[in-house]
Design a protein around this ligand. Structure first.
Ligand code: FAD
Length: 457
């Protein structure tokens, strides 16, 4: 019988259990549905649309090499799939299980209309499998991670098939370019050229990173060093399978592989929290923060724009925000500093920052983004206490960020390292570089005052 292979954030052919199961049943029609319901709370951000365009193109090319092709449809996910199944005589649909609320709902609705087979494959384990002794799910990372590590089974990857049997008649497909996923006037994606979306690009990144893996535990915190894998957009779009990476690491000892496994697991933890709290991207994990008086006046709006544009007068924050805008990615340590600055130094609601990241990050991921913002903001279910406020000048110094700042903030290129670290702290300036929006001590006192008003920890 004919199957539809419904592809979403699993745009790969290697270790693709939904593809393997569909092929075992007979000819397969791979399909991607662009469901652009503008009223949906978290419709795809602009940077992700860029990635998607290139990733779909790469996938179509790999499918064509195997005698198949990617069918593109635009519209409501469920209606489009039901229509396509009727048109083609497909009697089953295979897909990798998706945990975002919108997709879960679509899966439930679709299962009432067609024979839907959901396979695991985009996370290290099925998310609801990791439970404590009394059968409850975890919300705190460390005990969850301990249990998860025991539960993950290293598996040899399912090889990509050489040929993909296809029904004799292919149904009509949309034209990818007509979807207009790429930015036009202005084209802000010119700095994205280092990225190579698609399965091949993902594997190339992995192989390149594998050579640096033993230094990962130390290098990962230094943004001036290429110490991390930069796999995040590839993982988000499922171009490489996390289970394959975990299995590749199973044989390797030392702090590099161990730290990488743990980071990989943070991605699953984001999905784990979202799976338990569908409103986590929109609501404080700790309800006491609902009463916090975030700044929301015209001055705060101006500060938000300065933050987003990399003009806060805090070199490390500005370097990060400019890296994000220009390259679609930001180093994790700098993400933490920049996010903390918005929430605590500027006292602006974390959800505004989360939205900005959503639109500008190539790896924007509903679970990971929400979890990390709530963690940094102190509002999250397992976040450190709000009163732990990061000092940007100390972070800059400790993690040797001067060369990174010079790369992204050319106004500061002629300053010495110590001057770069201290600039915003001393209140000094540099020609052509913005004045700081707020002093560090003053900002700290304001944040602590707002938080103490809540009477919580
Ligand atoms: P590596 O260090 O090489 O890690 C390998 C993989 O592990 C990553 O690709 C990613 O899939 C996963 N990972 C690592 N750290 C984390 C983490 N803290 N949380 C979740 N997964 C992690 N990551 C996203 O993928 N999408 C987001 O939308 C996102 N938003 C973030 C927002 C804020 C405010 C912060 C502080 C962090 C956010 N992160 C997000 C997490 C992290 O910054 C990125 O995953 C990481 O920088 C990606 O770079 P890499 O692939 O080189 O990471």
């Amino acid at each position: 019988s004919i199957s539809l292979l419904w592809l979403r954030q699993d745009l790969r052919l290697t270790d693709q259990p939904a593809l393997a199961a569909a092929l075992a049943a007979g000819p397969v029609l791979p399909v991607y549905v662009l469901d652009e319901d503008a009223s949906a709370a978290w419709s795809m951000g602009a940077a992700q649309r860029w990635w998607l365009r290139h990733s779909l193109k790469a996938l179509d090319l790999s499918l064509r090499k195997r005698g198949s092709a990617l069918i593109l449809r635009r519209g409501d996910m469920v209606r489009s799939l039901v229509t396509l199944a009727r048109e083609t005589g497909a009697d089953q649909i295979h897909a990798i299980r998706h945990y975002e609320p919108r997709h879960r709902l679509a899966q439930q609705t679709l299962a009432r209309e067609v024979e839907l087979h959901l396979h695991e494959g985009n996370h290290l384990t099925p998310l609801d499998m990791v439970r404590n002794g009394s059968g409850a799910r975890y919300r705190v990372f460390t005990p969850w991670y301990r249990k998860l590590s025991e539960a993950v089974q290293p598996l040899p990857p399912l090889a990509a098939p050489d040929r993909i049997a296809t029904p004799p008649l292919l149904p009509a497909s949309d034209d990818l370019e007509a979807w207009q996923l790429l930015p036009r006037s202005p084209d802000w994606s010119t700095g994205f050229s280092d990225w190579c979306p698609g399965e091949k690009g993902a594997w190339r990144r992995w192989r390149d990173f594998e050579r640096r893996l033993d230094r990962y535990a130390r290098d990962r915190d230094y943004p001036a060093i290429a110490g991390t894998s930069r796999l995040s957009p590839h993982l988000h779009f499922g171009e490489i399978s996390p289970r394959v990476l975990w299995s590749a690491l199973a044989e390797r000892t030392g702090s590099g592989p161990a730290t990488f496994r743990r980071e990989l697991a943070w991605r699953d933890h984001g999905a784990n929290l979202l799976d338990q709290m569908a409103d986590y991207p929109d609501r404080n994990g700790r309800a006491a923060f609902d009463k916090l008086q975030w700044r929301g006046d015209a001055a705060a709006d101006g500060d938000f724009l300065a933050w987003a544009g990399g003009r806060t007068g805090y070199p490390i924050v500005d370097a990060g925000m400019r890296e994000l805008w220009q390259s679609g990615w930001m180093h994790n340590r700098v993400r933490m500093v920049a996010a903390s600055f918005l929430v605590k130094h500027l006292l602006i609601d974390w959800r505004r920052g989360e939205r900005w990241f959503w639109d500008t990050l190539l790896d924007a991921d509903l679970g990971s983004n929400a979890m990390n913002w709530q963690y940094v903001a102190g509002t999250g279910v397992d976040a450190p206490v709000f009163s732990r406020i990061m000092a940007p000048h100390l972070q800059s110094e400790k993690f040797d960020m001067a060369a990174y700042v010079r790369q992204w903030v050319p106004e500061l290129a002629s300053l010495r390292d110590a001057e770069i670290h201290a600039l915003h702290f001393d209140g000094g300036g540099a020609p052509g570089y913005p004045e700081r929006l707020v002093g560090h001590q003053e900002a700290r006192a304001r944040a602590l005052g707002a938080w103490q008003g809540l009477g919580t920890d």
